[in-house]
Design a protein around this ligand. Structure first.
Ligand code: G3H
Ligand code: 13P
Ligand code: ZN
Length: 326
């Protein structure tokens, strides 16, 4: 069942965070649905309520252009039928104004992100307000971003610029956005921190105090870049040097401070890379795409179930279902 992120955040606020996972292809989609229902190997395994979680499927502009945006919609609609127990939101990740309107008009997305964070505050507010007005008229919710993450956001090269709590309050009031992606020290990709840097919990705490009560915050760039996967990739011929991510044990403390949505994309790519490198190393005569694809779907499902455990969303699916009915 497709719901809005707002409906999910109402249940999660202050208790746990919802995993927001990017998809680009069939194998990621199947692994994602299985993992969020605690299934590993087969679509028709019974769901495990203790490990089942509500989740957010994220689609980036890059993903929409990878094959054709219509394939993604068709795949998700099919997944909804194959996994009727699932409760999830369909969200545009890092949209421009134009792409937001395309998603709003499609009638498929339940949530869009307008990312005008590279613009000065007033322009960011103006652009976000226009998107909010169009989205709300159709019952779609809007995530916006203030401050800039380190690393590369698609074609926007960001320099780290943490969100200013006083600007966050003004931004939310004037833009009318439903959730706010705040820059609190993370960055996109596999090289987030050098040395002992980490999340700026002090800034997050100030932001939570400054914004309206129970206002949902979002954390981008939250892959943990597990050493286990980086080592597997490097052992199988990869060259990922000094990769590092967010400590998974910081997800729940962030959730307690109002972070309701935690974005994870890079980790899924690392799982994909480890599985495929190992598969071709160990079976060099194989040229069938399905053996590694099968292993990947199972490993990705396991990985998602593990992540949801760290986010606190595992085991929450039935509570969310009940709340949605009442
Ligand atoms: O924030 C960016 C996401 O990880 C999406 O990445 O633009 O390469 O699909 P992508
Ligand atoms: P990662 O690169 O840490 O997975 O972040 C993904 C993200 O923020 C997508 O919007
Ligand atoms: Zn992001």
């Amino acid at each position: 069942m497709i719901v809005t992120t707002k409906q999910l955040f109402q249940q999660a606020y202050g208790k746990y965070a919802i995993g927001a996972y990017n998809i680009n292809n069939l194998e990621q989609t199947v692994g994602l649905f299985r993992g969020n229902l605690g299934k590993v190997k087969a679509n028709d395994e019974p769901a495990d309520p203790a490990r089942s979680a509500p989740f957010i499927i994220q689609i980036s502009r890059g993903a929409r252009g990878y094959s054709d945006k219509r394939f993604l919609e068709a795949m998700i609609r099919t997944a909804e039928q194959v996994f009727p127990e699932a409760i999830f939101a369909v969200h545009l990740d890092h949209g421009t104004e134009e792409v937001c309107y395309d998603c709003i008009d499609s009638g498929f997305y339940s949530s869009v992100m307008i990312d005008a964070s590279h613009e000065p505050l007033t322009k960011n507010i103006e652009i976000t307000r226009r998107v909010v007005d169009k989205a709300h008229a159709k019952g779609i919710v809007v995530e916006a971003e203030l401050g800039q993450l380190g690393g590369v956001e698609e074609d926007v090269v960001g320099s780290v610029c943490l969100t200013k709590p006083e600007e966050a309050a003004e931004f939310i009031e004037k833009s009318g956005c439903d959730s706010l992606a705040a820059a609190i020290g993370t960055s996109h990709g596999a090289y987030k921190f050098s040395g002992k840097q980490g999340l700026h919990f002090d800034v997050l705490e100030q932001i939570q105090k400054a914004v309206p009560k129970n206002f949902p915050l979002v954390m981008h760039g939250s892959s943990s870049v597990p050493k286990e996967y980086v080592d597997r990739i490097n052992r199988a011929g990869g060259k990922l040097k000094d990769a590092s991510g967010v400590d998974e044990n910081q997800y729940l403390p962030a959730a307690k401070l109002g972070v309701c949505k935690i974005n994870i994309d890079t980790d899924g790519r690392l799982v994909w890379c480890a599985v495929h490198r190992e598969s071709f190393r160990d079976d060099p005569a194989n040229f069938d795409l399905r053996p590694p694809g099968k292993i990947f779907m199972a490993e990705y499902a396991k990985f998602i179930t593990h992540k949801n455990g760290k986010l606190g969303s595992a085991g929450q699916l039935e509570m969310v279902r009940k709340a949605l009915k009442s």
